[in-house]
Design a protein. Structure first.
Length: 120
């Protein structure tokens, strides 16, 4: 009897977690291509990278999560201003096992990056 109840609880918990992950991904804003003079806000977060990114001008507000759908590049060839705070850092991570290539600064203008977390 105890095993049956525990199995049901585990199944219910797993279903809830899967539903939450699906909802989180479903509400993401897809981004790719050249980013010019944009602001990414925590209200619209997460941002799901679905192709290579070339930043000409981007401000990322505290608490924004950037999810990489696959092995894409996030290249800064302009200005990136990403100032997080300790309790609202920026999070750069992947949505699957495809990974991502990181953030590359390529002849970029002076900007700021602080309080960012990189995950895999």
């Amino acid at each position: 009897m105890k095993k049956t109840v525990m199995k049901k609880n585990v199944v219910l918990m797993m279903s809830t977690v899967i539903s939450l992950i699906a909802a989180f991904n479903a509400s993401a804003i897809d981004v790719s291509g050249t980013i010019v003079n944009q602001t990414w806000t925590s209200n619209n977060s997460p941002y799901r990278v679905v192709g290579n990114i070339l930043v000409a001008g981007l401000k990322i507000e505290p608490g924004v999560t950037v999810l990489f759908q696959n092995n894409y590049v996030f290249e800064v060839a302009g200005k990136l201003n990403a100032i997080g705070i300790s309790d609202m850092p920026h999070i750069f991570t992947q949505t699957n096992n495809g990974g991502w290539q990181g953030i590359y600064f390529n002849f970029s203008s002076p900007g700021s990056v602080r309080a960012c977390l990189k995950s895999k």
